[in-house]
Design a protein around this ligand. Structure first.
Ligand code: ADE
Length: 249
């Protein structure tokens, strides 16, 4: 069974390409894919770039051309939930597209044809990812303290992540998004720009999907500083650690 490991940016993919055995590079549809074996598993590593369309075309290639049997997204996200801090890890239980609005034809955030705003990730695969992320956080305890908010031990969360084609970079935008979603009963933990698109493709192809995101910023007025700093200094190590734990489970 081949597992696809997707990330938007090279730093989110970490050193996984270098760890690949029997590595084969395939350039297709403007993307680079790496096929090989990692921790005894057949994998395809893919970088999709930023945004939902780029993520969806990459996921479609993985399903059509590489015949993967499950997809896992690993990357960073902006924390918007209460107590979701830089350095924490969020495993998605479900996704929503916060920039989808076909109202009044369909309820706000509902992707027409999907029947609901919320799209659930695969339960068993997400449970494995939770265990992997938990094990990694335990193993790496204290290692990233210099990059994290003072006196904050990284925590693991599971819940709703919202995707949209926007980098959320003001406290006002973040609070508005969180408030609007909360008013509709959706307690969002984090925002990013790809996951819901990959999940939608996986639903179409009936493939299990799970996602793990490390919090790089609080989607507030300092997000544009915190995001690149975290991506450069920390994201790579988290990606490596969590994916290896995942495949070792
Ligand atoms: N990914 C990481 N931080 C983000 C933010 N603030 N907005 C959207 N996507 C992100």
């Amino acid at each position: 069974m081949t597992t696809a490991i997707l990330s938007a940016l090279p730093e989110e993919q970490g050193g996984l390409v270098h760890a690949l055995q029997a590595a084969e590079r395939i350039d297709h549809a403007g993307r680079t894919f790496w096929r090989g074996r990692l921790c005894g598993h057949d994998v395809v590593l893919a970088l999709c770039g930023i945004g939902k369309v780029a993520a969806a075309t990459t996921a479609t290639s993985l399903a059509e051309r590489f015949a993967v049997r499950r997809m896992v997204f690993t990357g960073v996200a902006g924390g918007v939930g209460e107590g979701v801090q830089v350095g924490d890890v969020v495993v998605a239980s479900e996704y929503l597209q916060h920039d989808m609005d076909a109202s009044p034809l369909f309820p706000r955030w509902e992707v027409p044809g999907q029947g609901s705003a919320l799209m659930a990730c695969d339960g068993p695969l997400s449970a494995i990812l939770m265990r992997a992320a938990g094990a990694y956080l335990e193993r790496s305890g204290g290692q990233f303290d210099q990059y994290l908010p003072a006196a904050h031990a990284p925590r693991l969360h599971q819940g709703l992540i919202a995707s949209g084609d926007q980098f959320i970079s003001t406290a006002a935008a973040s609070q508005r998004l969180r408030g609007d979603l909360l008013a509709a009963g959706h307690d969002v933990l984090a925002v990013e720009m790809e996951g819901a698109a990959v999940l939608q493709v996986c639903r179409d192809y009936q493939l299990p999907f799970a996602a793990v995101r490390t919090i790089s910023d609080r989607a507030d007025d300092s997000a544009h500083v915190d995001f690149p700093r975290f991506v450069e200094q920390v994201a790579r190590r988290y990606a490596d650690g969590v994916v290896r734990e995942l495949l070792g489970q």
